[in-house]
Design a binder for this molecule. Structure first.
Ligand code: 5RP
Length: 219
């Protein structure tokens, strides 16, 4: 099976967590795109979706799924999204698609975070995938110097502006042994909007696509 077929399998497997009549939190990326295609088959049974990016909003709308502003919504039962890495504690690195801030906000509102990922995303220690950090443009160089002090090698993601008008630094050379502590310390740097470590609030359920089928891990 190709990696995209594994992503498609988990995207469709997540449908079983969608409750009829609900508003669904929807993530960003190629795996989440498969989930959106699957969700479209249930579009008459759900009220709509809250989206974590302009790209997902466009795709949801193209399928005729109503997209709500998060401010109109009090509760979301689920948030379904991919990941760049996930460890056995269900902590994740996200932001490969530069949507980390909105993803973290929508995930915070949801009762359950359902991570959908192909097996290549499973890892024991987070950090092989460069850790994305969204920064206010004027703080880029300062935050980069602070990230070096934390042991990382930040690289400015060229030609990328986030949906919020900010920049991304991708931090290489990290072996993240205490993800909750690192999430806190990077988030505390002035100029950082969000770090793509989803550790304090990780996934509740992971659907992992393997050549033998979809593996479900529950916290
Ligand atoms: C976007 C993300 C994505 O979930 C992550 O990059 C995984 O993407 P894909 O499903 O395309 O492999 O965090 O900001």
């Amino acid at each position: 099976m190709t990696q995209d077929e594994l992503k498609k399998a988990v995207g469709w497997a997540a449908l079983k967590y969608v409750q009829s009549g609900s508003v669904v939190g929807v993530g960003t990326g190629s795996t989440a795109a498969h989930f959106i295609d699957a969700l479209a088959t249930m579009k008459h049974q759900i009220e709509g979706a809250v989206s974590s990016s302009e790209a997902s909003t466009l795709k949801l709308k193209a399928h005729g799924i109503q997209v709500f502003d998060l401010n109109e919504i009090d509760t979301l039962s689920i948030y379904v999204d991919g990941a760049d890495e996930i460890n056995p504690q269900m902590q994740m690195i996200k932001g490969g698609g530069a949507a980390l801030t909105r993803e973290k906000i929508v995930a915070a509102v949801a009762e359950k975070f359902i991570c959908i990922a192909d097996a290549s995303k499973e890892i024991d220690v987070l950090g092989r995938f460069p850790l994305p950090v969204e920064v206010i443009p004027m703080a880029r160089a300062y935050v980069a110097r602070e990230l070096v002090k934390l042991g990382g090698l930040p690289e400015y993601r060229q030609h990328v502006v986030t949906d919020n008008g900010n920049l991304i630094l991708d931090v290489h050379n990290l072996r993240i042994l205490d993800p909750i502590a690192l999430e806190k310390s990077i988030n505390a740097l002035p100029g950082v909007v969000t770090v793509g470590l989803f550790a304090a609030r990780g996934a509740d359920i992971a659907l992992i696509g393997t050549p033998d089928g979809v593996k479900t891990i529950e916290k």
